[in-house]
Design a protein around this ligand. Structure first.
Ligand SMILES: C[S@@+](CC[C@H](N)C(=O)[O-])C[C@H]1O[C@@H](n2cnc3c(N)ncnc32)[C@H](O)[C@@H]1O
Length: 224
């Protein structure tokens, strides 16, 4: 386990909510199925995403779908000073606000999460501690959603955590076969209200032991 933890810190000038909403609207007009919302995540949600041990203790985090960077800024505020964050965003509309975040811990990849394993390798991110995702699994073709879920599982270290904030439940269909059941939390203070899902990648040794005991279910205890 990592010893150093970080509390909230200054992670660069924060664009106003209205400015971020402008970028979201612009991106939505270009690709509504990818953006899937007209409103950036609320401060309540961004704090819920970032103020958790898997982010505060992490050395390497990948964010999928950072949009205009409100969630990115929140993650950076809580991450360790020596941690790294790779933000992967498909819409070029968000290139400007994401590149305006001046934080040496942040790397931005304007790319499609479908190629997550290759993107992580290119940025020399080995197995990561956490993947935080806002990409809408409900509005993408099932084959694409399955590929992305498998890539997330692949880039996480054993005991690593996958966090997804979603309006609909489709993400479960793709993540559950890989990770087992999620912990869920309703987030009413966001527009629209949504659900926060958390999965922990099984430690192989624990799964082997469970399999030997004849238990077919996925084991959830986090690796030491
Ligand atoms: C619901 S918005 C979340 C934006 C921001 N994180 C927030 O909470 O305000 C979803 C984001 O995922 C991005 N996205 C959708 N599909 C993607 C993909 N396959 N790869 C990377 N980003 C994707 C969209 O462009 C959009 O920025």
């Amino acid at each position: 386990m990592h010893a150093i933890t970080a509390g909230p810190s200054e992670a660069g000038a924060r664009p106003t909510f209205a400015k971020r909403a402008f970028y979201v609207l612009k991106a939505w007009l270009q690709a509504p199925m990818d953006v899937a919302t007209l409103c950036p995540s609320s401060p309540y949600l961004t704090r819920k995403l970032a103020n958790r041990d898997c982010v505060k203790n992490a050395r390497c985090v990948i964010e999928l779908g950072p949009g205009a960077g409100g969630t990115t800024q929140a993650l950076l505020e809580y991450m360790r000073p020596d941690a790294k964050l790779l933000a992967v965003e498909k819409s070029t509309v968000f290139s400007e606000p994401l590149h305006a975040i001046h934080d040496p811990r942040l790397e931005v990849a304007m790319d499609d999460a479908c190629a997550l394993a290759e993107i992580a390798a290119k940025h020399q991110f080995g197995l990561v501690d956490a993947v935080v995702s806002g990409i809408p699994f409900s509005s993408m073709p099932p084959a694409v959603a399955k590929t992305i879920a498998q890539s997330i599982h692949q880039v996480l270290r054993p005991g690593g955590v996958f966090v997804a904030y979603q309006i609909r439940d489709h993400v479960n269909e793709f993540a559950r076969p890989l990770f087992g059941p999620a912990e869920t939390e309703a987030i009413p203070m966001n527009f629209p209200p949504l659900t926060l899902y958390t999965w922990t990648k099984v430690c192989v040794a624990q799964q082997d032991a469970a399999d030997r005991r004849g238990q077919n279910e996925i084991v959830h205890d986090q690796c030491a």
